[in-house]
Ligand binder design. Structure first.
Ligand SMILES: CC(C)(COP(=O)(O)OP(=O)(O)OC[C@H]1O[C@@H](n2cnc3c(N)ncnc32)[C@H](O)[C@@H]1OP(=O)(O)O)[C@@H](O)C(=O)NCCC(=O)NCCS
Length: 173
């Protein structure tokens, strides 16, 4: 399903910290503090993206991390407000990070996901992510995780389908 036309994906900025903190409430544990969010918003290794509607409400966000010199972009966190799910906003965020990673000449995007997270796994499977490792007991509560990866070179990156340019525009679950 396509995301609502009035939702844009853009780079996060300092003023988004409160809205991002509010979205953390959906996570049962491992929530980011305001301090870590602010740190990510300023970190040279972080690529913070927010999805915002025409009224200026932040409906979702994604944090990508890339170590200097690395050709892998890691999706650290992605979340969409419960009332805005199933509209393709998560997909838009993931594709926008792929576009940025491709622009930065990354070879792949990686992430970790809970094995029992059906919604996230459905989204990543649809976007061509493949399981590269199983991570037994990876999460704080003992839940199993999976490491997923999407090769950007094989498909020419995420540019074509993103609709969000790199310029404008945790996996705790
Ligand atoms: C995962 C998440 C970001 C997806 O955001 P979204 O905007 O709803 O994503 P999309 O609308 O692009 O796609 C959601 C997909 O999940 C599917 N889905 C939604 N709820 C589902 C459920 N309970 N079980 C199975 N699939 C589900 C949707 O059907 C859709 O797939 P489809 O279009 O192939 O049918 C959102 O569910 C979320 O914020 N979850 C909580 C945080 C989280 O788990 N983050 C991921 C950590 S890796």
């Amino acid at each position: 399903m396509a995301a609502p036309a009035d939702v844009v994906v853009r780079r996060g900025r300092d003023g988004d910290a409160d809205a991002m903190l509010a979205l953390e409430a959906v996570f049962p544990s491992d929530r980011m503090s305001r301090r870590s969010i602010r740190r990510f918003l300023r970190a040279p290794t972080a690529r913070v993206l927010v999805a915002e509607n025409a009224a200026g409400a932040v409906l979702g966000n994604l944090i990508g991390l890339r170590r200097a010199g690395s050709r892998a972009m890691r999706t650290y966190s992605v979340v969409v407000a419960p009332e805005a799910r199933g509209l393709g906003i998560g997909q838009r965020l993931v594709e926008a990070l792929q576009a940025i990673a491709a622009d930065e000449a990354c070879a792949r995007v990686t992430l970790e996901v809970r094995a029992d997270n059906r919604a996230a796994r459905a989204l990543y499977a649809r976007l061509g992510y493949r399981e590269t490792a199983s991570l037994p007991g990876y999460y704080e509560d003992g839940a199993d995780g999976l490491r997923l990866s999407r090769d950007l070179a094989a498909t020419g990156g995420g540019k074509a389908s993103s609709g969000a340019s790199a310029a404008s525009t945790r996996a705790s679950a």
